[in-house]
Design a protein around this ligand. Structure first.
Ligand SMILES: NC(=O)c1ccc[n+]([C@@H]2O[C@H](COP(=O)([O-])OP(=O)(O)OC[C@H]3O[C@@H](n4cnc5c(N)ncnc54)[C@H](OP(=O)(O)O)[C@@H]3O)[C@@H](O)[C@H]2O)c1
Length: 286
């Protein structure tokens, strides 16, 4: 499978987003582990999760424990797998997501993630979402301290603007390796951040690349060009969506989520689907 760089690590050009396996509507544990295993079987070496991928505060770390279990029970080697997690969101239990960017809280959340993942250092730790009540530099400063302490090996941010990317890069003394923002055919406004990441050599990780949980079918309906190109390429509109993102920059690594092994396998295959410049231009214009 085509590979890309996140900081010092080489990973598959398509990752796996764990969130649908841990939040509302999630499948049973066996199916969830089968979906992760199918993704690993397909050559995926980036798994994205978060402490808040759970149904409630009491259940925080659900997704991280699930990923740890899937890796521990996988038949093949997992040496090359980079697990990326996040801190800064909480699930109070009423379906909502709250933000918590206090540096002391983030350090405490990181300690809990280390336990949930069963590791001594986290491969990639991402600040989940800016907290308007805490200066951004203070929240990102917690990641700098965690890097210095060896608790995390690489630092990333999520849901950030271009200005916040630059601020984070400064606070981290040039050690920012990734930015995870929403990006899909329907949600293109973070193309600014995608381009900026390309310019400064930082990985750009589109979240909800297929429009979100149970929304993938809408791509072909809302953006017929994706269905047209899919027919030309002998692929599905979802695979064309992922290939289109890969064509938009050498630093782009989408993380589609899957509850089913079949969709995990289909998404991974998109890493090797190459679109012509004319097809990419048509999709851009659609
Ligand atoms: N940083 C953030 O704030 C943030 C926010 C949201 C999400 N995320 C991350 O981004 C990841 C991806 O986002 P997401 O899970 O919300 O949505 P998504 O990846 O846009 O879409 C997931 C849906 O697409 C379907 N699907 C996946 N691959 C497919 C394929 N090849 N063909 C057809 N359908 C396919 C899945 O179906 P099945 O379930 O039936 O397999 C699932 O319903 C999350 O898992 C999470 O790790 C981050």
């Amino acid at each position: 499978m085509q590979e890309r760089q996140i900081g010092s690590r080489t990973v598959s050009a398509i990752g796996f987003g764990e969130m649908p396996l841990s939040i509302e509507g999630r499948p049973d544990r066996t199916q969830a582990i089968n979906a992760i295993h199918a993704s690993l079987d397909s050559g995926v070496t980036l798994i994205d999760t978060a402490d808040a991928y759970s149904l409630s505060t009491e259940e925080h770390g659900h997704g991280e424990r699930l990923v740890a279990k899937a890796l521990a029970t996988y038949g093949g080697s997992t040496d090359d797998v980079l697990v990326a997690t996040k801190g800064g969101h909480r699930r109070p239990g009423d379906g909502s997501w709250t933000v918590h960017g206090d540096p002391a809280y983030l350090k405490q959340a990181c300690e809990a993630s280390l336990v949930a993942l069963g590791v001594e250092a986290i491969g990639l730790y991402q600040y989940h979402r800016p907290d308007p009540s805490v200066p951004y530099a203070e929240s990102v400063g917690a990641l700098a301290d965690l890097l210095d302490a060896g608790k995390i090996l690489m630092a990333g941010i999520s849901n950030a603007t271009v200005a916040q990317i630059d601020e984070a890069q400064q606070v981290l003394s040039g050690r920012l390796v990734s930015v995870q923002n929403e990006f899909s055919p329907r949600f293109r406004s973070s193309e600014r951040e995608l381009t900026h990441c390309e310019d400064i050599g930082v990985a750009f990780i589109p979240w909800s690349p297929l429009g979100g949980i149970r929304q993938a079918d809408r791509i072909a309906v809302e953006f017929p060009a994706f269905a047209e190109v899919a027919a030309e390429a002998g692929a599905t509109p979802e695979q064309v969506t992922l290939a289109w993102m890969l064509a938009k920059g050498t630093r782009v690594i989408p993380i589609p989520g899957s509850c089913r092994p079949a969709t995990a396998i289909a998404s991974a295959a998109a890493a090797d689907l190459t679109l012509t410049p004319e097809q990419v231009a048509r999709l851009d214009a659609s």
